[in-house]
Design a protein around this ligand. Structure first.
Ligand code: IMP
Length: 429
């Protein structure tokens, strides 16, 4: 297939950065289609660690890197990240990075509102990254957002900002905050505009031309399916659609062109922020997973909650994304556990469920039904073929495939780029 979309199949942090980096080698273009700088992708290339939030991961390899219309862009964070990556020796030019003209901007009012809501004390905290993601998407859907293209026209920008502040200042008054002065925000945006505009681009046309020229596109998802605003554990979700279908709407490419859907799946489960997590471990096992897996957020540094593999949840992800295969990551974190548990169903009020219920209350109440599997002593770290894996590890992977009803296309066995066992190349399935 010409193109591939990569999405997280759990709650994010599945190790997408490494897989996307690996696949970028085979792609000509890497495109982000949702989210913003709430994402944190860690890449280790030739021993150098890159931490990206907004840039598509292909940028490190000099691939055409596209930020689609479905992404929300904080212009200051965008420039800061470009400068950070440049300082690590990556040559970033406006020929290499493109940002959709129609992408929504994240502004200081959005960050403020995100924090004001997160700081309140009424039990409705989401545990967001406080980057202003949700409020920016609200304004996009509310048809009052400031977009990249508005930076090119001072009069249009002023009108947009006034309209936006009309809404936000009413909210701010309600929160007992000072009002924003439109002119201050306009001036700040006019100052950053010349730095952003060289990257602005009709990305739908750039991608169309790339496809007509026979180029391969990698669509890079952020967060995970259970954080999708429709399919996730609502309201403990992010504010975008994170599923594979969004690759189409979030870049302006037809759905038939998206190609192979690859889900990234961690060999256990983690989540950051609030919300239901049926297989969460509050004991020494959970602690051990967190320590061995270095489970701290790239963006916020928060400790991730850890638990056993949840096959019910991942099977649901396989279906709502239409996954053709998965990349299973961090298997090596499970090395040395005497036994492993895998969730194969839920109990709710005495009934057995084979899917995640949609309601928040039911999601909080379900209890996992576990299947116990044998662990393995030997190390799987750095394995590059099936023969390098202990028999119990192979059995664990095969059982996961069976339960989630999707094949393991790739198995990642360390953070290093080349520590991968390849069963199926998503670009040539
Ligand atoms: P927001 O995206 O900042 O609005 O946060 C909403 C929820 O998504 C919170 O639970 C965050 O912890 C979670 N979240 C956002 N981005 C990521 C990510 O890249 N990885 C994992 N969780 C994320």
């Amino acid at each position: 297939m010409a193109n591939v979309v990569v999405v997280g199949a759990q709650w994010g942090d599945e190790g997408k950065g490494k897989i996307v980096d690996w696949l970028s080698n085979r792609a000509d273009v890497v495109a982000r289609f949702q989210g913003g700088h709430n994402a944190g992708h860690t890449l280790v290339v030739d021993g150098v660690t890159y931490k990206l939030s907004l840039m598509p991961s292909g940028v490190v390899q000099g691939k055409l890197s596209v930020i689609g219309n479905g992404v929300v862009v904080d212009p200051w964070a965008f420039i800061e990240e470009i400068e950070k990556v440049r300082a690590q020796g990556v040559n970033i030019t406006s020929d290499l990075v493109k940002v959709a003209e129609s992408a929504t901007l994240i502004l200081p009012v959005h960050r403020d509102l995100d924090a004001l809501r997160e700081n309140r004390d009424d039990g409705m905290k989401i545990g967001t990254t406080r980057r202003g993601i949700g409020p920016a998407y609200e304004d996009k859907v509310g048809r009052r957002a400031v977009r990249v293209i508005d930076l090119a026209d001072e009069a249009a920008l002023r009108a947009r900002v006034q309209d936006l502040l009309h809404h936000h200042n009413a909210l701010r008054r309600g929160y007992g905050q000072d009002e924003y002065q439109a002119e201050d925000l306009v001036q700040a945006l006019l100052e950053i505009a010349p730095k952003i505009l060289p990257y602005a681009d009709p990305v739908w046309r750039t991608l169309d031309r790339a496809m007509k020229a026979g180029k391969h596109i990698l669509f890079e998802g952020a967060q995970g399916t259970m954080l999708d605003v429709d399919h996730g554990t609502y309201p403990f979700v992010t504010s975008s659609n994170t599923v594979a279908g969004q690759a189409s709407a979030g870049t302006g490419v037809g759905p038939g062109k998206v190609g192979y859907s690859l889900g990234i799946v961690k060999a256990y489960t983690t989540r950051v922020g609030e919300g239901p997590f049926p297989t969460e471990l509050h004991d020494a096992m959970g602690q051990r997973l967190g320590e061995r897996g270095h489970e701290f957020g790239v963006v916020t540094g928060r400790k991730r909650r850890c638990g056993w593999f949840d096959a019910v949840l991942v099977r649901q992800s396989v279906r709502v994304n239409g996954l053709d295969g998965i990349a299973l990551t961090k298997l090596d974190v499970l090395d040395g556990f005497p036994e492993l548990k895998v969730c194969v169903g839920y109990k709710l009020d005495g009934e057995r469920l084979q899917r995640l219920p949609a309601g928040k209350e039911a999601q909080a109440k379900i209890e996992p039904i576990y299947e116990i599997m044998e662990g393995w002593e030997a190390s799987t770290q750095g394995a590059r073929s099936w023969a390098d894996l202990p028999a119990a590890a192979v059995k664990y992977v095969r059982r996961i495939e069976e339960l989630i009803e999707a094949p393991v296309a790739m198995l990642s066995t360390s953070p290093e780029r080349d520590d991968v066992i390849l069963m199926q190349d998503p670009f040539r399935p």
